[in-house]
Every structure is written in structure tokens, then in C-alpha cells.
Design a protein around this ligand. Structure first.
Ligand SMILES: Cc1cc2nc3c(=O)[nH]c(=O)nc-3n(C[C@H](O)[C@H](O)[C@H](O)COP(=O)(O)O)c2cc1C
Length: 355
């Protein structure tokens, strides 16, 4: 990474978190981000959803809500980039301030509430990069004031199809009142069925089958995680992201911001989200491809998710704290850990801790 980019990343730490974030995304979008030499270890190559991932470390949804910088994020060394959450109509989100650093805890609390420019702006940007290489997924959601939230997901799917490599159905943000109720079994069956039908209808028009991924909260009871897996399989989804942010507040939190309302992410989420991932993996028995998110900040934490059943991982909060140099560092450390333990591929290590 250039000295200038490293300095820029460090200076952003002194700004309020949402301001720093907006500047970082805009800087990436205009090409000010560093580009990592692609000297990635082949042990990191992995195949999932019918796609070849150069490495299993993706940027989680929320960083690039409006799809401004997916290619710049891929150039930082991410193996894939998930843009969104996008809602059909633009919406401002919750009043500011709505994003808080918990420095002492290496965590963030956010209650952004799906602030985004809506599908038209999002799809125009994706259309402009349509023939570029690299795996970009769309994360879709519902507008706060929508009268038919399921219809919003179908609208999202229909708009982004053909522009992305996969679609994530996000029913787990804590910042849109009632949204997480869509995770309950009957509601989820209704939602997943309609989205899946819409996907299948598109495939009839010559498009390949678009992989569908469900993203769940870490706060679900064990039987709700089991239901989510079963419904996702039954409705023809291909993947599950475990997890979104948590509304829980672990007692270990030290930061003065710990009682802010919103979703907690970062280091304190590693344990709970990996526990939820493990439960999903036990029930799943390799039917869905699992993606581990929550507290990934190092080769060790990425490796722990893989050993708990994840084929891919995603991160956001640690990237915000540590900047772009973190991504090649995680990939190098992960490659070393795989080799240390005698794994020739990521796939060989998936679920190694489960038996
Ligand atoms: C500021 C912020 C905004 C987020 N926005 C979204 C979002 O729009 N959609 C979504 O599915 N997840 C969103 N997330 C959740 C992340 O994608 C991820 O699941 C979660 O933060 C756990 O990963 P981490 O501990 O590496 O941050 C957001 C997270 C943060 C910190």
C-alpha cells in the first residue's frame, strides 16, 4: 500500500465514523484506493455457488450500500464484494448520529436504517461495470414504509438480476422495525418462496440460475436457526450468511458507547456469530454454502469460521478500524494456517471442528 493511502486510512480514524466512512467510499470510488499485487496463494482459491473465488474473504454488506466502489474493493484484495443493502426506493435512514465506534471493544454500533439511494442509482452503477471481472453480490432489503415488504425483495431481485453474481436476501437488520420478523418460519417460507419463484422465472428468459443467499441474525434461538436452514433449502436457496449485527450487549463491553441503540458488530460478535454458524452447519449437512460474518479481523478468526463450517467469510468492522492493509494480511495468515494444518484447499478445512 502506498504511504499516502496508509496515511489517509489513519487520518480517517480521527473523524466521526459515518463521515470517515463516506470519505473512504468516495475515495475508493474515484480510484484513490491502493491496489494489492495479486500474488495470492493458490491454497486460497475456492469454488462456491458455481463461481471461482480467488480467496474466501469478502467485504460484508453495508460498507458499499450504493455500489459505488465494488471494483476498488476487489482491488484491495477482497475475494468478493457484497453491495447494499439496497431498497427499491431511496431512503434517508435514521437521524444522525447513527454510527458509533466502541474503540476499547474493537466494535461498532450502527442504527443507520438502510440509508441508500435506491435501486435505480444502484443498478446504473452496476450496469456500468457489468463486464468487469470479479465477484460482486447484491444485498437486497425492503423500504421502511413499504406496504408489501416481500414485494420489495422481488422488485430488488428483478432489478439486479443480470448485474451481479449472487443475491443476498437480508431479513436480519435490527434497524428497520419489524424486518427481522421475516425470519420466523411461516413468514420466511412466504418470502423465500416468492423470491425463489421470481428467480426461477428469470432463468426461463435465458439467464443462468442466480444463486440466492439468506442472511440471518445471530440473535435467533437454535430452533429458529434450524428453521431458517430448512426453509432456505426447501425454497431453493444456495447459501446462508451467519450473521448480521447483534442487538445483544455482551457484559464484556467497556466503551462509553455500549448502550447506544442499534446493531453491534466487530470483535464482541465473533463468539456469538460463530456459535450460530456452528449450529447452522450441524443442521445444514452441506446442503447450503455457509458464509461466516461477525468479528473477522485476522487469519485466525477467518480460519475459525471456516473450521466452524463456513466456505467463505465476510468482514466490515475490522476493515474500518485497520484499513486496506488488513485484507492481504488476513489472506497471507489464512494460507499459512491452512498449510500448517495440512489442508490443500479451503474446502478441505470447512467444518473441520464440527465432528
Ligand atoms: C455500519 C454498518 C452498516 C451495515 N449495514 C448493513 C447492511 O446494509 N446490510 C447488511 O446485510 N448488513 C449490514 N451490516 C452488517 C455487516 O454486513 C456484517 O454482517 C456485520 O457487521 C458483522 O461483521 P463485522 O463484525 O465484520 O462487522 C452493517 C454493519 C455495519 C458495521
Amino acid at each position: 500500500m502506498s504511504a499516502l493511502a496508509a496515511l489517509g486510512a489513519r487520518l480517517l480514524r480521527y473523524l466521526p465514523p459515518e463521515v470517515a466512512h463516506v470519505i473512504a467510499v468516495r475515495a475508493l470510488a474515484v480510484g484513490l484506493g491502493p491496489t494489492v499485487e495479486s500474488t495470492l496463494d493458490p491454497v486460497l482459491n475456492t469454488h462456491a455457488f458455481g463461481l471461482d473465488f480467488p480467496n474466501p474473504v469478502g467485504v460484508a454488506a453495508g460498507f458499499d450500500k450504493d455500489a459505488r466502489a465494488p471494483d476498488a474493493l476487489l482491488a484491495l484484495g477482497f475475494g468478493f464484494a457484497e453491495a447494499g443493502t439496497v431498497t427499491p426506493e431511496p431512503q434517508p435512514g435514521n437521524p444522525k448520529p447513527r454510527m458509533f465506534r466502541l474503540e476499547e471493544d474493537r466494535a461498532v454500533i450502527n442504527r443507520l436504517g438502510f440509508n441508500n439511494q435506491g435501486l435505480d442509482a444502484y443498478c446504473a452503477r452496476l450496469a456500468a461495470r457489468q463486464h468487469k471481472p470479479g465477484i460482486v453480490g447484491a444485498n437486497i432489503g425492503a423500504n421502511k414504509d413499504s406496504e408489501d415488504r416481500i414485494a420489495d425483495y422481488v422488485t430488488g431481485l428483478n432489478h439486479v438480476a443480470g448485474l451481479v453474481s449472487y443475491v443476498t436476501v437480508n431479513v436480519s437488520s435490527p434497524n428497520t422495525p419489524g424486518l427481522r420478523d421475516l425470519q420466523a418460519r411461516d413468514a420466511l417460507r412466504d418470502l423465500a418462496g416468492r423470491v425463489s419463484d421470481a428467480r426461477d422465472a428469470l432463468a426461463g428468459f435465458g439467464a443462468g440460475p442466480l444463486p440466492l443467499i439468506l442472511k440471518i441474525a445471530p440473535d435467533l434461538a437454535d430452533e429458529d436457526i434450524r428453521d431458517a436452514v430448512e426453509v432456505a433449502v426447501e425454497m431453493g436457496f444456495q447459501g446462508l450468511i451467519v450473521s448480521n449485527t447483534t442487538i445483544a450487549r455482551p457484559e464484556t463491553l467497556k466503551s462509553p458507547n455500549k448502550d447506544q441503540t442499534g446493531g453491534l458488530s466487530g470483535a464482541p460478535l465473533m463468539g456469538p456469530s460463530t456459535d450460530a454458524l456452528r449450529i447452522a452447519a450441524y443442521v445444514n449437512k452441506d446442503r447450503l454454502t455457509l458464509i461466516g460474518a461477525g468479528g473477522v479481523s485476522s487469519g485466525e478468526t477467518a480460519y475459525a469460521k471456516i473450521r466452524a463450517g463456513a466456505s467463505l467469510v465476510q468482514l466490515y468492522t475490522a476493515f474500518g478500524y485497520e484499513g486496506p492493509a488488513l485484507i492481504p494480511r488476513i489472506n497471507r495468515a489464512l494460507a499459512d494456517l491452512l498449510k500448517r494444518d495440512g489442508f490443500a484447499t479451503i474446502a478441505d478445512a470447512v467444518g473441520a471442528d464440527l465432528s
